[in-house]
Design a protein. Sequence first.
Length: 379
Amino acid sequence: MSIQGQGNSCQKANLKGSHYSIMVPEIVTEIKRLAGGKGLISIMEVCGTHTVAVYRSGLPNLLPSNLRLIAGPGCPVCVTSEEDLYAFCLLSRAKEVIVTTFGDLLRVPASGTSLEKERVKGADVRLIYSPIDSLVIAKENPDKKVVLLGIGFETTAAPIAATILEAERRRLKNFFLLSVIKTIPPVMAVLLDSDRVQVDGFLCPGHVSTIIGAYPYEFIPKEYKKPAVITGFEPEDILEGIVFILRQIRSGLPRVEIQYRRAVKPEGNRSAQSLISRVFQPCETSWRGLGKIPGTGLQIKKKFHRFDGWHKFEFPAGQKAKVRPACRCGEVIIGAISPEECKLFRSRCNPERPMGPCMVSGEGTCSTHYKYQLESGTL
């Protein structure tokens, strides 16, 4: 295998917010040396937590002008399609239904409404902190149908799968899941095949990789001849991950490397993988900004079909989600444009009046740009 793991080198000086020390000036100097003499180099981080760490730490200000970091589709709320969001809102209107969801999803606009607006009108929409909370609500409300809105990536898929198994063990008949869970590696191939964005290397998501490991990224160097480095979330991690990518570009020997060795093993978490494969199977799913992509979603297997909310509930025919053409969140998500290139950004679209999910979610690229530009005084 071409996967390699490396430790964190240069253990001395400190960068604000770190939990370990590293010679940041030396790493930045190395980045500038490796990027020197090259044209534009575009590195995509496929994780919303990475994007937040990048801008919160001011890392773009340390990088050479020909090196660009691009935020990819790493925010699960942001990549959820308008159609799926609208379906959630429609379902919440049913009197016999209790909708359970994580916090970020509540304020995301969908066709002129949102779960928050539906709740104000009387819908029973409840915030949860863990999927298992939905089972507690289902037990306490046997006369209601409790629906968990299942969004997220592989990291979320494992606990949701465990929740389905627990619902079966408890023989709950009033618990259901609407799964729009997505998987990361297949969509990375879609981005590489696209002519809408240039990607010269990937900072692969740390959280997802703790589950799936490094092997699912092997196609990136093998088929596309691009580097893929699994990176942690400290600023030092990200800078070192960039060094790994630049060294691969210079050597012409792309491979999968693990910078985040303290959390990620090449084989990943086999127990979590087993949970996911036991409950879910790949399916086509819709991504904001990319449309329907085969094999990038996870749907409940036939064995657990009775928990599948997409088959349990009927959604009104003819009620289509209304697309807001001025909102360019779909383009921001895939790295085709920066938030500043959307004419709504900061003026008509801001955290108080979000026009799209990228401005709502704490991991949204627009929200991140707005917040940390504001704090740095660059507005």
